[in-house]
Design a protein around this ligand. Structure first.
Ligand SMILES: *Cc1c(COP(=O)(O)O)cnc(C)c1O
Length: 411
């Protein structure tokens, strides 16, 4: 949804320079049509079977974006009571909300049960005991899947691998059958499915396929024990194209591979996050200063690691481009933020044209784990967020003020 008209870069039909002018920088900018298009790919790929696409709202939990997705018929994959709250506020049908996470508290479980969410993705035996007990006290039945760790090792950053032996996530593969046998005996538990999620930013079909095959073996074993597995929840994890050389696995290929493993009778849940919102969002930032130090060129921007954490946290690569075409020659440049940390960078050793002070850069693919992971570190107010639809822009989060920095502080 990016395009140049003359020398200016546009998102849909709006010039980035106009967005910077109107809303200030730094600012997160999203393309509404791109979000819709990404979501519809999942919906269409799933359509031969029964099931749901549950947007992983930890990737971006802005109320307007959640509302947009709920209006498209999306369900939600949540990881905390706060996310359930946000999703209910954004009109998600509670019967389309699933809830994962290794550390659900009593308060969160109660809140989820009272909200009548669809399903808990249970990650430990003790959590099962807790859900059973709390459900009994509230006189309700909890629908559960177990999140199973299938022990596959996708080729992605170690911080975002979740389905490998030795991670904290899910029930160990070898304990899965006993977990289901235990759940079968619990009075306040209804077994509804099985869940797995192997990691994030996965570009290769092989780990998805391996995980599905391993889970299918378990499903057969569990069903031999007289326990019906209605839903197969395959998690999220599909990667997006952050770098020009990367080849992305099409959604329909991923889903049809998974269908072929599980056969026709099952219902499916998919929990995409990054692949819905990642490439629909951008961080628009301004060059404050330039300097040359120790033989390196630096562009110092008004966005820092508190605004976009991924480069610092995962050494993640985000493409960075100017929003105006220039003919000046390109030089190797580090794009860094104003935070007092050496780890505060948006990109290193990038070939960028020589920019002037006040010119803008666009950090691409910043829609997922961007604003959602941002903080006010260094007492920098949280950024504004803008949604673009065709030729219109909508402020969907106001820029925080200095006063907001003090909210809830007691003096
Ligand atoms: C984070 C997460 C997702 C989404 O992963 P993406 O890589 O953003 O698609 C899905 N399911 C669970 C359980 C998660 O923790």
């Amino acid at each position: 949804m990016l395009n140049f008209k003359g020398k200016d870069l546009y998102i849909e039909q709006v010039k980035f320079a106009d967005i910077a002018q109107k809303y200030g920088t730094s600012v997160y900018v999203y393309s509404k049509n791109k979000i819709i298009c990404n979501f519809k790919k999942y919906k269409k790929a799933l359509s031969p079977r029964e099931g749901m696409v549950c947007f992983a709202c930890k990737t971006n939990s802005n109320a307007s974006i959640l509302k947009l997705l709920s209006s498209l018929g999306s369900g939600a994959d949540t990881t905390s009571g706060g996310e359930i709250f946000r999703c209910l506020k954004a009109n998600f049908d509670p019967s389309k909300i699933v809830y994962a996470g290794v550390g659900k508290t009593v308060q969160e479980i109660e809140y989820a049960l009272k909200s009548k969410i669809f399903m808990f993705n249970v990650e430990s035996f003790e959590e099962l005991e807790a859900i059973d007990k709390i459900s009994g006290r509230l006189k309700v039945k909890a629908k559960v899947s177990f999140r199973i760790n299938p022990y596959v090792d996708p080729d992605t950053h170690s911080y975002i691998i979740t389905g490998k032996k030795g991670t904290k996530f899910g029930i160990p593969y070898e304990a899965a059958v006993s977990a289901y046998l235990l759940a079968k005996k619990k009075k306040n538990i209804t077994i509804s499915g099985i869940h797995y999620h192997i990691g994030s930013q996965i570009l290769d079909v092989v780990p998805f396929k391996l995980a599905a095959q391993k889970i299918k073996k378990l499903v057969d074993k569990i069903e031999k024990e007289g326990i019906n597995i209605e839903y197969i929840n395959c998690g999220g994890g599909l990667g997006i194209k952050y770098e020009s050389g990367q080849k992305v696995l099409p959604v329909k290929n991923l889903i049809s591979e998974i269908f072929s493993v599980f056969g026709k009778e099952k219902k499916f849940i998919f929990e995409p996050g990054r692949s819905i919102i990642g490439d629909a969002g951008y961080l628009l930032t301004k060059v404050i200063y330039r300097k040359n130090s120790g033989g390196k060129n630096f562009l110092i921007t008004d966005a820092g690691m508190n605004d976009l954490t991924r480069p610092t946290l995962y050494n993640a690569y985000h493409d960075i481009i100017p929003i105006k075409k220039t003919s000046t020659k390109k030089v190797k440049t580090d794009v860094v933020g104003p935070i007092c940390e050496s780890g505060d960078f948006l990109g290193k050793d990038r070939m960028l044209p020589v920019l002037l002070q006040g010119e803008c850069l666009l950090v691409k693919c910043a829609g997922a784990y961007g604003a959602a992971m941002s903080s006010s570190y260094n007492s920098r107010p949280l950024l504004a967020e803008v949604l673009v639809a065709d030729d219109k822009t909508f402020l969907i989060r106001k820029r925080a003020s200095y006063n907001d920095l003090l909210i809830n502080e007691v003096v």
